[in-house]
Design a binder for this molecule. Structure first.
Ligand SMILES: Cc1cc2nc3c(=O)[nH]c(=O)nc-3n(C[C@H](O)[C@H](O)[C@H](O)COP(=O)(O)OP(=O)(O)OC[C@H]3O[C@@H](n4cnc5c(N)ncnc54)[C@H](O)[C@@H]3O)c2cc1C
Length: 383
């Protein structure tokens, strides 16, 4: 059900005010320590953001993707890692909403919507990322059960998660399993084997997870018996939401970098006037602002296409490609405008600069987005 514009605006506005008051001023302190922002995450749950795109009948807010993208932009201009916590969770929820059986929706979505159970999405492996269909994690039938063996990599939220949307290879093809686990390092044959230290996108866990003879009942195949072998195509569709999310994150980080640069350019003086009065700096600011606006418009268009139920792979790919590259470029420009101060942890631009590359990599690198866009163009699609 589509929400009305006024309600959507109110929700976005509430999140934006919270980001200004509580998130942005404290984000760097958490991020530099790589400390988990428990209170912020609890507040997001309080706002209902863990159920943002989960339909109301299963306890979620039932927001459209356009509103969701605006919320993600707001969160990311304060602290991009917070958007990552919600994104992985909602990709898992999206898979269950779209492709799960009614029993699976009733069983899992209400717990995800309230964040009683956190979700994560586990496709990548140590030897397969861009070429995701080459994954090796194995799912074998044993009577009424499935036995999972393999290693998954880069699992955002993996340690705290109570539910994993896991892609594994069955005899019939790649299949998505709903894995319930106990939050923490071990759970019945699942081990968090490594917590990966990162350049940016810190304060949330990205882990390697190993499955050794982990047993799952038959009803954990997403979509029921019909779902065996369909996991890969479903996960590509669910990634459209992920790509809109990552694009919105790019817009948020780029916006934060632009705002910081504008603020600094108005205050810092050289040669007798604020640096923002020098044409060289103004030209840079003009280019930054134009790119941010273009990234935002592409992201809104991709979100609107998803909301209209139209095929959105090209639009989401374009938004993700442009917004992520924009975030990296604008973050570097903002750092240049800050001069030496930009190279210190006294100012948040260094965090934007470290966070931005993640958007270029996650949910498919820029090269993969170009492949998606190129293929769409060659089959006759036009923006
Ligand atoms: C912090 C972080 C969090 C993540 N969270 C998750 C998560 O929650 N769940 C999950 O499943 N995954 C997650 N990922 C994994 C992410 O999706 C992959 O890292 C990404 O898809 C790239 O895969 P790769 O790292 O294996 O790189 P590779 O696939 O090895 O690519 C290496 C380079 O080669 C390029 N390349 C590859 N193939 C081609 C080609 N055909 N043509 C041209 N260039 C090519 C790539 O663009 C890249 O530049 C996360 C990654 C990071 C860094």
């Amino acid at each position: 059900m589509a929400i009305d514009q006024e309600t959507a605006d109110q929700i976005v506005d509430t999140v934006a005010r919270w980001v200004d008051a509580e998130v942005a001023p404290n984000a760097s302190a958490f991020e530099l320590e790589d400390a988990y922002p428990d209170d912020m995450v609890a507040q997001m749950a309080e706002f209902g953001l863990f159920g943002a795109t989960i339909p109301e009948q299963y306890g979620g807010l039932g927001l459209d993707v356009s509103t969701y993208a605006r919320i993600i932009e707001e969160l990311s201009r304060g602290f991009m890692s917070l958007a990552g916590v919600v994104n992985s969770h909602l990709i898992a929820a999206n898979l269950i909403t779209r492709f799960g059986t009614e029993e699976q929706r009733v069983q899992w979505l209400p717990q995800l919507a309230t964040a009683e159970r956190r979700g994560c999405f586990s496709l990548s492996e140590p030897d397969s990322g861009s070429d995701a269909a080459a994954l090796r994690c194995k799912a074998q039938r044993d009577g009424d059960e499935w036995v999972i063996n393999g290693t998954k990599m880069w699992v955002t939220n993996g340690e705290r998660a109570g539910l994993v949307a896991l892609l594994a290879r069955a005899e019939e093809g790649i299949t998505c399993f709903i894995v319930d686990k106990v939050p923490g390092k071990t759970s019945g044959g699942i081990t968090v084997s490594k917590n990966i230290r990162k350049l940016g996108y810190r304060s949330l866990e990205t882990v390697e997870m190993t499955y050794v003879d982990h047993r799952l009942p038959a009803d954990r195949v997403l979509g029921g018996p019909e779902g065996v072998g369909k996991g890969f195509q479903w996960c590509l569709q669910a990634l459209e939401l992920g790509r809109v999310n990552v694009a919105a994150r790019g817009v948020g980080v780029a916006r934060a970098a632009l705002d910081a640069a504008l603020d600094y350019a108005a205050k810092r003086e050289t040669f007798g006037k604020p640096i923002g009065q020098h044409q060289g700096i103004q030209f840079k600011l003009a280019e930054m602002a134009t790119k941010v606006e273009a990234a935002r418009l592409l992201t809104r268009e991709a979100a609107a296409k998803v909301d209209r139920g139209e095929r959105a792979d090209m639009a989401a790919g374009m938004a993700k490609l442009f917004a992520s590259e924009t975030a990296a470029e604008v973050a570097l420009d903002a750092m240049r405008i800050h001069g030496g101060n930009g190279f210190t942890t006294e100012y948040p631009v260094e965090r934007y600069y470290r966070d931005a590359p993640l958007m270029i990599i996650g949910e498919g690198t820029s090269e993969i987005q170009k492949m998606v866009i190129g293929r769409a163009l060659m089959r006759g699609d036009r923006p």
